[in-house]
Design a protein around this ligand. Structure first.
Ligand code: URA
Length: 201
């Protein structure tokens, strides 16, 4: 399994997030540009060891041009805070950079149009750990048809990266039974980060 066809384990040549954003420009590669207010590129620390990948901007994200600023973002902030992480420790982006109307599911053409930019963001940040939130991000990164319920709870080595799929925090807003699973997974993430830190020493 690899996000990149050549299964590179070595950090590729640096391309900055600014350069990627410039290449994206005022993107009109899929029809989502017609209804968007803002492209939501990403936020956080460009040198983070942890990258978090969500699905697509919602209403608030589209209005503010930043990922995870609405209700799901508040949930995510709390889960991060619980394991002593902040925005300084992570970089956050989505599979899609524009909001699908009425928050419908991303469509194949939208994902394939947007994917090269997310791949370049992953290459640029070159995190040790990628947390994928929900089905779309997890399927994209793990190149699998398996659903998030089957995938969560484990760490998947993918080339250089360790991938940790989790339920999307928005799903936990509607189904509080998912909160326990998400908290367990963040704890697992915390242990993984601790192990990685020890290896670095
Ligand atoms: N849900 C996502 O997947 N991404 C966001 O940025 C906001 C909500």
């Amino acid at each position: 399994m690899s996000i990149f066809p050549d299964d590179k384990k070595v950090k590729p040549q640096e391309i900055s997030l600014e350069e990627i954003q410039e290449l994206l420009g005022d993107c009109k590669r899929c029809p989502l540009h017609e209804s968007r207010n803002n492209i939501v590129f990403g936020k956080g620390n460009p040198h983070a060891r942890i990258m978090i990948i969500g699905e697509a901007p919602g209403k608030n994200e589209d209005l503010q041009g930043e990922p995870f600023v609405g209700k799901a973002g508040k949930e995510l902030d709390e889960y991060l805070h619980d394991i002593n992480l902040s925005l300084e420790d992570v970089y956050i982006a989505n599979v899609l950079k524009c909001r699908p109307p009425e928050n419908r599911n991303p469509q194949v053409f939208e994902i394939t149009s947007c994917a090269p930019y997310l791949r370049e963001q992953i290459r640029s940040i070159w995190p040790d750990v990628i947390v994928t939130l929900g089905n779309f991000a997890s399927k994209f990164v793990l190149k699998t048809d398996a659903g998030i319920t089957a995938l969560r709870g484990k760490v998947y080595p993918v080339g250089h990266f360790k991938v940790v799929p989790m339920f999307h925090p928005a799903a936990a807003i509607y189904d509080r039974n998912k909160v326990r699973a998400i908290k367990e997974d963040f704890k697992m993430l915390s242990t993984l980060l601790e192990d990685e830190r020890k290896l670095d020493e």
